[in-house]
Design a binder for this molecule. Sequence first.
Ligand code: MIC
Ligand code: SF4
Length: 639
Amino acid sequence: MGKTLAEKIIDAHLVSGEPIPGREIGLRIDQTLTQDATGTMAYLEFESMGIPRVRTERSVAYVDHNTLQSGFENADDHRYLASVAAKYGIWYSRPGNGICHQVHYERFGIPGKTLIGSDSHTPTGGGLGMLAIGAGGMDVAVAMAGGAYHLPMPRIIEVRLTGALRPNVSAKDVILEVLRRLTVKGGVGAIIEYTGEGVKTLSVPERCTITNMGAELGATSSIFPSDEITKEFLAAEDRLGDYRPMKADADAVYSETVEINLSELVPLAACPHSPDRVVPVSELAGKRVDQVAIGSCTNSSLSDMTKAASVLRGKVIADHVSLGISPGSRQVLTMMTEQGLLNDFIDAGARILECTCGPCIGMGFSPNSGGVSLRTFNRNFLGRSGTKDAEVYLVSPETAAASAITGVITDPTTLPPIEKPKLPKRFRINDSGIIPPLSEEEAKEAEVVRGPNIKPFPKGNPLEKELTVPVLLKVEDNITTDHIMPAGSKILPYRSNIPKISEFCFSVIDETFPRRALESGGGIIVGGENYGQGSSREHAALAPRYLGIRIVIAKSFARIHAANLVNAGILPLVFIDPADYDWVEQGMTVTIHDIRESLEKGTFDLKAAGRMIPLKAELAPRQKEILLAGGLLEYAAAR
Ligand code: MIC
Ligand code: SF4
C-alpha cells in the first residue's frame, strides 16, 4: 500500500510508537524554532536541563512578537534570548528581521525535515514540504536537548486541488474555503496534505499561506509536495542544495478527501470572531471599513505585497480608512524597496509598520471603538486586535487593498485583473539580521544575561490523591488561548514572568478569575468542545497552574493546549457523556477521589451536587507519568 507524504516523513523520523492514528508516536526533530513571546520560557526550561549545546541540526530563536519596548521588559527578554542563543548553539534572528515563519521558510526550511516550533503557525513550513508542527515551549526545549517530540499519530486528510485560481482570487481564499468546509475543529488530530494538479499552479509563498492557516483548522500540520516549484524557490534563496523532491505515492491512502476546484473559488472573508465564519466577500460588499492591515505570517510575502501594491498603484485610500502594512521580513521589505512597491504603498497613503507580528497580536494598530478592520491575518478572536468591540474580518491581500481604496468591503474580482506575481530569479539575500551562535569553545566562557523581567520558572508539585474544590469557571465551546491567556501590548511583556502574567488569566471573560482562584486556593475549570484552540502559548497552562488549577474538564481539547496542560501538571479530563457538561455549574464544589489510581485506569468519577459524573483521561502512558511527577520538567528532572 502506498504512503502519503506525511507518513513518509514520519516513518523516516519515528523513534517510538506505531504510526496508527490516535496512538502516541515519538519523532526525531531536525529543526526547532522559537519566537520571543514563548521563547524565553522555552530557553529557561532548556537551561534547566543542563545540556551544553542543542542537539538539533538547526535551532533558531526569532524576535518578532514583543518588539514595542515600551518599558525595559521586552528589551530584557531580547538580551536574554540573544545571549542564551549564542551560548547554546542557536541562530538568533534579531527584532525587525522578520516574522519567524516567513524568515524560516526563506532561509532555513528544508523539504523532508521535521520542524517543531513554539508557535502554532509553525506548519507554515509545510509549504516547502517539511513536516512542521506547533508545540508548547517545553516540548521544544526537550527537542533542542535531543529528545523526541511525542504526539498522537494524526490521520491524514487529502485536499485535492484541481484547476487554477482566477485573477484576483488568492491562496487565502483557498484556505478560507477549507475552513468554511471543515471548521475550526475539522483538522483536530489530522495532517492536511495537498495533492492534485492544482498544486502546480501555486507558488511556495502561496502554499505557505495555506499551510499557515491550517492551524486554524486545529490541524497538527499541513503539507505540500516538494517539486519543481519548490526547487525554483530554494534556488532563488540561493539554497538549491537544500532541495529534494518529495511527494506521496500514487496509491497513498487518506482518511478522507476534500476536493477543491481552484477555478471555481471566489474571494472569501472570515467574519467576526472566528476564522471559520466564512462567507463570499460579495455578500459583505458595501460595508464601511475603518481600518485595513496587510501582513502577518499568513500574508506578508513579497508575492502578497506585490498583489496589494498592484491594486493600490496610482490610487489613494479612502479618507476614513487607515491602512497599515507589515512586510514579513527584511528580505521582503528590501525587495519591495528595490522594485518600487514600497512607494506604491506610501503614495497610496499606507502606514509602514515594522517587519513583525504587530497588529496581529494586538501590538499596536488597534482599531477604533466598534471599528471594522479588514486584515490579511489568520485569527479574528474577540479582543485579539486590542479593541474588544472591533469587528475583524480576515481577507486576502487583494480584498484588503481593494477595500482600502473604496472604503467599503469590495470584491476584488469586480476590479481589473492584476498580474500574478513572478518569483524573482534571485531574492535579495542579506543575513545581517541573523546572528550565528558562538563556537563550542567560545560558548564555555559566554554568560547568559538575565534582566529583572526574567523570573524563574515556578516549580510544580506531584498530583494530589484527592481534591474537593470549587468549579471556578465554566466556559462554552471553542474557547481559545486568547481567552485563557490574552496577549496584546499590555500583557505580552510579562511572558517571562508567570506570577505577573497570571493576573490577566481569563481577563477577557471574567476579570475576577485570578483573584477568586488565589482566594480559594485553586479549583477546576469546565469547558466545552475544542477547549484551548488557537495558539501554542504554554502560558495558557502555566498561569492557571500558578493560580492553583489542577484539573480542566471539557467536552474535548485542542491538541497543543492539551499537551501543554499535561506538561504544566494540569490534568485534562473529558466528559464521557457530553450531556454531563450541563450538570456542572460554576460555583459548585466537586470532589474527585483516588486521582492517582484513576489516572492508571484512565477513568474518573466526579462527585458534583449528589451525582457521579464519569470522566476519562485521553492520555498516553508517558503523559500519565508526567502528571504524577507534577509536570514535564519535574518528570525530566527525576530521570
Ligand atoms: C498567535 O498567533 O496567537 C501567537 C501569538 O503567535 C501564538 C504564540 C504566542 O502566544 O506567543 C501562537 O500562535 O502560538
Ligand atoms: Fe505572529 Fe500573528 Fe503569525 Fe502569531 S499569527 S506568529 S502573532 S503574525
